[in-house]
Design a protein around this ligand. Sequence first.
Ligand SMILES: Nc1ncnc2c1ncn2[C@@H]1O[C@H](COP(=O)(O)OP(=O)(O)OP(=O)(O)O)[C@@H](O)[C@H]1O
Ligand SMILES: [Mg+2]
Length: 366
Amino acid sequence: MRIIAIANQKGGCGKTTTSINFSACLNFLQKSVLVIDLDPQGHSTCGLGVKIQKGTPTVYELLSPLYHNVLPLSLVIQTVRPDFDILPCHSSLNALEEEFGFLPNNHCKLRELLSRVAGEHRDYDFVVLDCPPNLGVLTWNALNAADEILIPVEPSFFSLHGLGKISETVQIVNRSRESPLNVHALLTLFNSELSFSQEVYDEVKAHFQKRLFTTIIHEHIALKEAAASGLSIVQYSPQSSAFQDYLNLAVEFLERDWNRKLPEKELGWSQVLNNYFGPRQVSDGILFQFLSKTASCVEIAGDFNHWVSEPLVRRNQDGLWQRVIPVELKTFRYKFIVDGEWQVDPHQHAQKENAYGGIDSYAELA
Ligand SMILES: Nc1ncnc2c1ncn2[C@@H]1O[C@H](COP(=O)(O)OP(=O)(O)OP(=O)(O)O)[C@@H](O)[C@H]1O
Ligand SMILES: [Mg+2]
């Protein structure tokens, strides 16, 4: 179970939007995910369409020292989609600040709860913690329970001002941890038309260096609409560029892990690749993707461009290459050209013989 706290004491920087949609995209990539709503505002809870009736148990009842009866986790954890659950919250969670006040080890309560989740309920692939906009007892619990922290930063002067504070908090938390928190930063609410956004990007990059995701989450109205409908962007608008941004984030996140820890031949990863790669219709055309850390040039050619090769762009050091060809087609043949070598798509199993006795990849989009 990998536990990721989405935290920044700065309000409105996209913590909840990222918790919901990053989790939904990890789930789209066939990971099991539990979101824990640790913000008494309950925005992840309602943003995922979960309604809390009077008497519905929430994360508060699981954490509060006033509840002596051990509630079964299955009564509290709610399923949003297959393999995608939430531990919802309610404004009652506000009371914990006071209730935890004099408890010994009050910063370890969430960690204890998560051991219970893994032992008694389900060992999820990922647990995502949506933190409140302060550094109170709930955020401390999250940072003590987490393996990693993802810090969303929106391009504003005040965000830059707060970066030192959150970095300092991470350092303090690290003093009492066995292994340091793995830090990731993410630029959110990015408006490429504003030169200020670029300036902030440069500053954030200077601060976090490699820990800043290459993926940027742009400002998309679809994300607001999705939240208002109680749906993640995966359900609300899978054709949108907002979905593409969060999917890129999930892939980049998994690739970071792949580079860092997992052996290259991790079981299950090829399954993920087969589902994620292969041509896909996106809002601007058809997205082609290729994965190679060693290639220095990857191109795409097919009947849609009269077999005249066009280069893919290498997106990051992990070797994800992408290109959107601005066409709308249901069926087509194509091939990648990797450092001059023509080859079929390793993640697209359908193929057709061509007029020259060779084999092309063949896509049939839904
Ligand atoms: N990429 C985006 N494009 C457009 N709107 C966005 C985007 N990200 C977040 N928003 C909107 O900005 C507002 C703040 O976002 P969100 O609630 O995710 O931030 P937060 O950090 O969780 O806030 P809080 O600190 O209050 O918990 C919301 O109205 C949300 O719909
Ligand atoms: Mg929030």
